[in-house]
Design a protein around this ligand. Structure first.
Ligand code: NAD
Length: 279
């Protein structure tokens, strides 16, 4: 069955590969990017996001089966906060009416292994409050210093994964039968990483912060195929997840910690649920 996809960042890297694979399978893809896609749009501003969503919806004839948000920046600058977080979440929200017209709507965002690297909590909080002015202000301060500028990217990606986890189970997404998930890549061979990968020093740096024991750096196809499955009709129950496709980097960095989180809080949650049952 042919489906209609809207993909941001479709002119390069992961977004471009995803669009190519989907088209080869006979699907319709409406790409959104600064230039070189079906919709020229700037996702760094609210006006740009809404205009791009409107143009993509119009080109799709009002019904969109899946939205995949890939557009992103890794610059240690404030614009990274706007594009990576609000350029995904606000754009997706603006696409919801078109998704609601589909019989099998799906959405997937591109997070990053950086979501488990050090972040700047006040910036993550500003993202999750949907306060773009505050987030940009904090990011501008972080960008003043080379050491702290890198926290903008990791913070934006942790916020994306947390937004997906929080929003996916709500009436607006799961309640509307829209599985919402994220993919978190390790190092991918795209223009975003080419400069770093070009020198031994840069390669050593990324291999230290993104240790990938399986498969090493990956081509964009591995991420694209995961995004395609998450947004296919085959995905009936994967919901709210960030799927790390990173050669094992997340497992190396977090180890057993992922299972030790907040046992008291989950016990409390079950106590509340059982008390609602009157037991
Ligand atoms: P890329 O640079 O090849 O592609 C990113 C695309 O986003 C470009 O086409 C660019 O024009 C577009 N974009 C940037 N700013 C925009 C704006 N304001 N409005 C519209 N489009 C804009 O990079 P990629 O590696 O394909 O990255 C895709 C996603 O994957 C990003 O969100 C990135 O953070 C994430 N990611 C990449 C890697 C990696 O190693 N390459 C790792 C983890 C996560």
């Amino acid at each position: 069955m042919s489906r209609t996809y809207v993909i941001t960042g479709a002119a390069s890297g992961i977004g471009k590969t995803t669009a190519e694979l989907l088209r080869a399978e006979g699907h319709t893809v409406i790409g959104v990017d600064l230039a070189g896609a079906e919709v020229d749009g700037d996702l760094s501003t609210p006006a740009g996001r809404h205009a791009a969503a409107e143009a993509a919806t119009q080109q799709a004839g009002g019904t969109v089966d899946a939205v995949i948000t890939c557009a992103g920046l890794s610059l240690p600058k404030a614009i990274t906060a706007s594009v990576n977080y609000f350029g995904m979440t606000e754009f997706l929200e603006a696409m919801r009416p078109a998704l609601a017209q589909s019989t099998a709507p799906r959405a997937a965002l591109v997070s990053s292994l950086s979501s488990v690297q050090p972040v700047y909590p006040p910036l993550v909080d500003a993202f999750l409050r949907d306060d773009e002015a505050a987030a940009v202000g904090i990011a501008e301060e972080l960008a003043q210093n080379e050491q702290t500028g890198g926290l903008i990217y990791a913070s934006s990606k942790q916020a994306i994964s947390r937004w997906v986890h929080r929003e996916a189970v709500t009436e607006r997404w799961a309640g509307a039968d829209i599985p919402l998930n994220a993919v978190a890549p390790g190092v991918v061979n795209t223009p975003m990483t080419s400069e770093l990968r070009a020198t031994p020093g840069g390669t050593a740096l990324i291999d230290t912060v993104v240790p990938m024991p399986l498969g090493y750096h990956q081509e964009p196809e591995s991420i694209a195929k995961l995004l395609i499955w998450l947004t296919s009709v085959d995905n009936t129950h994967c919901c709210g997840q960030t799927i790390y496709c990173d050669g094992g980097a997340e497992a190396v960095l977090r180890g057993e910690d992922v299972w030790s989180w907040n046992n008291d809080a989950i016990a409390q949650k079950f106590t509340e649920l059982f008390s609602q049952l009157g037991r």
